[in-house]
Design a protein around this ligand. Structure first.
Ligand code: AMP
Ligand code: MG
Length: 433
């Protein structure tokens, strides 16, 4: 019934808009793609800050990193062995090994003791030690025998054997990392090897998390008859942390206009506000009313997506305000589809899409006339991608979300997907590409 009233109101509004012609009020019912585009066009990256590289995991670079040194700095040895002149091993065999006099030793990070290598001599060196002057090859310990100050080599050895060449890892002037790259462990290792101890990254967005509903009890509270746990604050806190936002849980607003307004007033100090519940057509759903009361410029109020069509997004100054649905599954799926890319863009990231692959569906799925996101489990069998659903798809069933590692995407125009067909699958546990 509510849907029919909503639909009629919509048709009426559209007709009014058409008649007026001179004004273009926004249609706040949007398709999934429209909702995503609206959000992505609303976000400008935040400013920069300097942080220790030890804290930089998954943060986004604000600067290009160009090397002013060579790594390795000099030619050094890739193995523990002997630095020799390759030509000294010419004709060497098991029966007639080359015997080279050991004249010194070189350690990684330490100076070389003894002389440089000259014809008929060798210097014992460790992995990472610079190649001593005069040598042009390194033979590994395992391929030699040492006896009375001599090393015996039974194979001919080529020049530059077991060398790590100066600059083969990084050369002077190499742009090793780029502005807007999201730092992973190997990247942080590169920064360390280039002598960075701090690095310039985009600031983390502060994110206020607001819960609405008389029925909710936080995990710190004793639960009363008729109450349910405030699950969404926990799942959202976990998601915000995962994407390096700074979450601030503002608590639960009772289902009154005043309580809802007060909590949103506090929340608006953050870069991003995420609320859950109270955004639908219920008698006590005040969130949209409060948004307009607070001067938030609404961009959409309803998205043709399942689950989670009651989903609002607005802007005030540079702040992004998301009114997500109350049910725990659409809270999460809406976060993944809409809030997550916005957080990543605020943090300057250029890779914001979860990977989508095509997989063979293992069962029939009846779809709605909406962008349908079905909780699924994705596997690889005989080098092919397969996907099945994780059971009950009601928006309140968090268990099937917990069992899922992907979302099967059935676009608006599809009403039925059959077993054996290939379907698009969004890998929600994988990094953005
Ligand atoms: P609402 O849109 O406020 O009517 O909420 C829709 C459904 O989601 C109701 O069954 C609520 O009890 C439930 N819900 C709302 N907020 C939360 C929350 N923070 N944690 C768990 N369930 C919630
Ligand atoms: Mg509610």
């Amino acid at each position: 019934m509510k849907d029919i009233i909503h639909m009629l109101k919509n048709i009426f509004d559209r007709q009014q808009n058409f008649k007026k012609c001179t004004v273009h009020p926004k249609n706040l019912d949007v398709s999934f793609e429209e909702a995503k585009n609206i959000i992505l066009n609303s976000v400008s990256p935040l400013s920069a800050e300097n942080i220790s590289i030890m804290e930089a995991s998954r943060r986004v670079l604000f600067e290009d990193i160009v090397s002013d040194i060579m790594i390795p700095h000099v030619d050094d040895s890739a193995v523990d062995g002997y630095a020799i002149i390759a030509a000294d091993t010419r004709g060497a065999s098991k029966n007639k090994p080359a015997a080279l006099r050991i004249v010194g030793e070189g350690q990684a990070g330490g100076a070389i003791t003894g002389k440089h290598v000259s014809k008929g001599t060798a210097i014992r060196i460790m992995t990472g030690a610079p190649i001593p002057e005069g040598a042009d090859s390194v033979i590994r310990f395992e391929e030699t025998e040492e006896d009375a100050g001599y090393v015996k080599i039974s194979n001919e050895t080529a020049k530059f054997n077991n060398y790590r060449f100066a600059g083969e890892n990084i050369k002077i002037g190499d742009k090793v990392l780029q502005k807007r790259d999201r730092l992973r462990s190997a990247d942080i290792g590169i920064l360390a090897s280039l002598n960075y101890n701090a690095v310039k990254v985009y600031r983390q967005p502060t994110v206020s998390i607001v819960s609405t509903g008389d029925e909710l009890a936080d995990i710190s509270q004793e639960i009363q008859a008729g109450q349910i746990r405030n699950v969404n604050v926990c799942t959202l806190y976990s998601e915000v942390k995962k994407y390096n936002g700074i979450p601030d849980c503002l608590g639960i607003a009772k289902d009154t206009l005043q309580d809802t307004k007060e909590i949103f007033l506090k929340a608006l100090k953050s870069d991003v506000v995420i609320s859950t519940g109270g955004v639908s057509m219920g008698k006590y759903d005040f969130v949209k009313e409060i948004f307009s009361d607070l001067g938030i410029e609404m961009q959409f109020e309803r998205v043709n997506v399942k689950p989670g069509s009651p989903c609002a997004f607005g802007k005030k100054d540079n702040k992004l305000i998301f009114g997500l649905p109350g049910n725990p599954v659409p809270t999460l799926t809406s976060f993944v589809q809409f809030v997550r890319p916005a957080l990543l863009m605020l943090m300057g990231a250029k890779r914001i899409e979860k990977p989508i692959v095509h997989a063979f569906l293992e069962e029939d799925i009846k779809s709605a006339r909406a962008h349908h996101l079905v909780r699924g489990y994705f596997t690889i069998k005989n080098n092919e991608f397969h996907v099945s659903t994780t059971g009950n798809q009601k928006p309140s069933i968090l268990r099937s979300m917990s069992a899922a590692n992907c979302l099967i995407i059935l676009p608006e125009e599809i009403t039925m997907a059959r077993a054996g067909e290939k379907v698009a699958v969004q890998l929600i546990d994988h990094d953005e590409i």
